[in-house]
Design a protein around this ligand. Structure first.
Ligand code: PLP
Length: 459
């Protein structure tokens, strides 16, 4: 069989048997399914050998980059020694070691680690823990969860109830009750009365959380779920002082603050945890993705000593678990991943280069389509507009034509893996591996400039 026959057979099977996530499968009826076959450093290669800069770290995952043998070998060693044993009543050494290491890295009194296999499971677990915690501590009416408009917190039913994206919820309603929306921190689209002053905007957005708690009844609210920098909508950093106010509000009403760091932990913002960058103390941190740099799946939550306390004595048990949570191979890989973080000072690399990343992307402001460049660390969104002066956005039809009809494919064809998203206003999202530096930023800018210039002529 020639290599072109093999590719053709693979394409047939991909189209006949594989179901891609969040993907219009019809888009591939007359075109090739992109098949990524290998990776090395900041680059991945498709079935034809073509190279792409991985400007999204896979899906906000590949912190240490691709093709790292030390992580692969750590996984293989562990599989040889003990491939699997559950964390149901038993422990294994790598889960213990990783839990201790994460407790050490996590802020304040977050010392107890509950592993999962994914971010959705981590979010789901945090909500379940909050509900059971309040039942055990004499406040059984607390079950509601506040989260922000357009925020993505996962796809399992509970996590989807917390997610703030109406379009991906509707097909699955009714969802578990208790999800309540509050405004996000998109300063570019701030309401007029707070549009001029970021701190004022932050006070308003935090006050909206307090108003929602009061409206719902504090005795019914269990937790607030917030990302340090909200991904969906295109990277909304917190306004100055926002998280400090949210912490005060949560304390005032006995509500738990959950920092959903599935994207923002493990160096994405230049810190092990995003809450450390913005100096707030959560009650729970949820994590996944970058904890293993994707060399094996793993998620989890780090929980405060106080939240664990009611479960620490007598017959109390957190009645929750999943078979593969804290898998030996994944925890071994996570430890090797953290070793690379230390050895190569990846947090230092992000902190040293993030200003250059921002400055390089901001060069794109000379293009008429670039309305806003926002983000932090190695985590940026570029919002596209039809009119820079008025900030007018695209109609649904234009957005469909521009993003789905042109931009996504054109950026990929030009050699850049990134993400175009119009679940809020239309944005391009960038989150490269943490090993990247100025030469990669320049490459991104060059490709974005070329493709966005072409996009403008097609509006
Ligand atoms: C903030 C946040 N929470 C939760 C999730 C869900 O994670 P997973 O896809 O691993 O279930 C994601 C995924 O992107 C996320 O960004």
């Amino acid at each position: 069989m020639t290599s072109s026959d093999a590719i053709s057979n693979e394409q047939d099977a991909a189209k006949r048997n594989l179901w891609l996530h969040f993907t219009r499968m019809s888009a591939y009826t007359d075109s090739e399914v992109p098949v990524i076959v290998r990776g090395s450093g900041a680059y991945v290669y498709d079935q034809h050998g073509k190279r792409y800069l991985d400007g999204l770290a896979g899906l906000f995952v590949s912190q240490v980059g691709h093709g790292r043998t030390e992580l692969a070998e750590a996984g293989a060693r562990q599989a040889t020694e003990l491939a699997y044993f559950p964390l149901w009543s038993y422990a294994h050494p790598k889960a213990i070691e990783l839990a201790a290491r994460l407790a050490d890295l996590a802020p304040g009194n977050l010392n107890r680690v509950f592993f999962t296999t994914s971010g959705s499971e981590a979010v789901e677990s945090a909500w379940k823990l909050a509900k059971q915690y309040f039942k055990l501590t004499g406040e059984p009416g607390r079950y509601k969860v506040l989260s922000r408009a357009i925020a993505y917190h996962g796809t399992s039913m509970g996590a989807l109830a917390i997610t703030g994206l109406p379009d991906i919820k509707h097909p699955f309603e009714p969802l578990p009750p208790g999800g309540v929306r509050v405004p996000n921190t998109n300063f570019y689209r701030a309401p007029d009365f707070v549009a001029g002053d970021e701190a004022e905007f932050g006070r308003w957005a935090a006050d909206e959380i307090e108003r929602a708690i009061l409206r719902e009844g504090p005795e019914s609210v269990a937790a607030v779920f917030l990302e340090p920098v909200q991904n969906s909508g295109g990277c909304f950093p917190p306004p100055p002082g926002y998280f400090q106010l949210v912490r005060e509000i949560c304390d005032r009403y006995g509500v738990l603050l959950v920092s959903d760091e599935v994207i923002c932990a493990f160096g994405r913002l230049g810190y092990y945890f995003g809450s450390q960058r913005y100096e707030y103390q959560p009650d729970i941190i949820t994590f996944a993705k970058g904890v293993t740099s994707g060399y094996s799946p793993l998620g989890g939550m780090v929980v405060s000593d106080e939240l664990m306390e009611p479960f620490a004595a007598g017959t109390a048990t957190f009645l929750h678990g999943v078979t593969f949570a804290g898998h030996p191979v994944s925890t071994a890989v996570a430890l090797a991943n953290l070793d690379v973080f230390e050895k190569e000072d990846l947090l230092g690399n992000v902190r040293a280069n993030e200003a250059a990343f921002r400055a390089t992307l901001e060069k794109l402001y000379d293009l008429p389509i670039v309305g806003d460049v926002r983000g932090a660390g190695y985590f940026y969104g570029i919002e596209m507009v039809k009119d820079k002066a008025t900030r007018e956005t695209f109609s649904d039809e234009e957005s469909e034509r521009l993003l789905r009809g042109f931009l996504s494919q054109a950026l990929f064809d030009a050699g850049l893996v990134c993400r175009t998203d119009d679940r809020g206003d239309p944005v391009i999202q960038l989150a490269p591996p943490l090993i990247c530096g100025p030469e990669h930023f320049d490459e991104m800018e060059l490709i974005l400039r070329e493709v966005l210039t072409e996009a403008w002529t097609r509006i």
